[in-house]
Design a protein around this ligand. Structure first.
Ligand SMILES: [Zn+2]
Length: 163
């Protein structure tokens, strides 16, 4: 169960893909508005970011075009293109809890802040350490805050350190 959830949230970061033929949504498409609102309603200050998540995620995504893309493979939870500043988000993500969706969105937002994965292969990218405060570290600390320790631990075991 946990493994399937996490595999679904493994993201793919592309450095040079072209623009999508899909029409971009506004910043808050129907499927992402509730996720952003959920982050904004939380007064918690993320210790690795030093601020609350609502303003932070809005800032990171303010120049990103967001597409609802039903064609993403089932094992890809989201795809980010940093050069074209596009985020592809499958509509099926709404089947997951707001906490899990929010964790994935802040993971992707961290990429747009310039943090790329630092180890692993194309199909299984991770971050070398928690201390580098990359996308997985941001996601893991958030999941622990929201009372999802088993999912956080699974991510830590599989995506931190690149075994
Ligand atoms: Zn990622």
């Amino acid at each position: 169960m946990a493994a399937r959830l996490v595999v679904c949230w493994a993201c793919v970061v592309l450095a040079g893909c072209g623009s999508s033929p899909l029409a971009p949504s506004t910043f808050e498409p129907a499927d992402l508005g509730p996720v952003v609102a959920y982050l904004e309603a939380d007064p918690w200050v993320h210790p690795l970011l030093g601020e609350t998540l609502g303003p932070w995620v809005r800032r990171q995504l303010s120049s990103v075009r967001i597409y609802l893309d039903p064609t993403l493979p089932a094992d890809v939870g989201a795809r980010a293109s940093l050069t074209s500043r596009e985020l592809f988000w499958p509509p099926r993500n709404t089947d997951l809890s707001l906490t899990v969706q929010a964790a994935a969105l802040i993971h992707e937002a961290r990429h747009f802040e310039g943090y790329l994965h630092t180890c692993g292969t194309a199909g299984l990218q991770g971050d070398k350490t928690m201390e580098e405060r990359g996308a997985f570290a941001i996601q893991i600390v958030y999941l622990e805050h929201k009372g999802e320790p088993s999912l956080a631990d699974w991510l830590r075991r599989n995506y931190i350190g690149c075994h």
